[in-house]
Write a protein that binds this ligand. Sequence first.
Ligand SMILES: *Cc1c(COP(=O)(O)O)cnc(C)c1O
Length: 243
Amino acid sequence: MSDTAAPHPVVAVRAALDAAARSAGRDPADITLVAVSKTFPAEAVCAAHAAGQRHFGENYVQEGCAKIDALGNLDGAVWHFIGPLQSNKSRMVAERFDWVHSVDRESIARRLSEQRPAGKLPLRVCIQVNVSGEASKSGIEPDEVLPLAQAVAALPRLELRGLMAIPAPADDAAKQRVPFAALRHLRDQLASQGIHLPDLSMGMSADYPAAVEEGATLVRIGSAIFGARQARLAATSGSEAPA
Ligand SMILES: *Cc1c(COP(=O)(O)O)cnc(C)c1O
């Protein structure tokens, strides 16, 4: 039996991301690949980790926390919470994750800051913005970002790092770039108000080259790395998905 391991798909995705960075005239080292492991079991995270991947993204609080707890000492792993966050689950996130990309209101930011354990570094956060109008349900409106950014920046146990968006899907790169450019402009406007944010969390499997063109520093890629997602319950039950 031949046992030659094929390279993990994350290796090809990282290479494609590096190529996208270079063709945009950017340094690949300035772009963090967040492998979105939602609905995939801890073993899938381990396999990507063994291939060199370190940043992982999770959307669902319980599923993500269970995975982090199960994988406790995965060397150098950095965990990003990227999904909608309810107040009653903020503590679980504050205690385990390194990043939250989906801060969309001051009340949740306050809770995360208060609940961040003293022994950990401040929680790195992005503010999620609705940059493509009615199509996307999450995130605050662009004209509400400045006061929220000022409030978040003042919280002692959070480190405000940037802005995040999940634009409505678009079928070609020119259309994909419009909301990504809008997020970048918003970041630049904040800089002129004295709030300097290094990060833009934008781009997924279907649109990351366009996001990289517009300055993404954190790209969140799931299916291109782990494959198509099964129904959530089947994938989180711990049993093997059907072949
Ligand atoms: C699922 C998800 C992703 C990854 O999406 P793919 O299309 O599988 O790459 C990225 N960001 C968020 C917020 C997600 O929920």
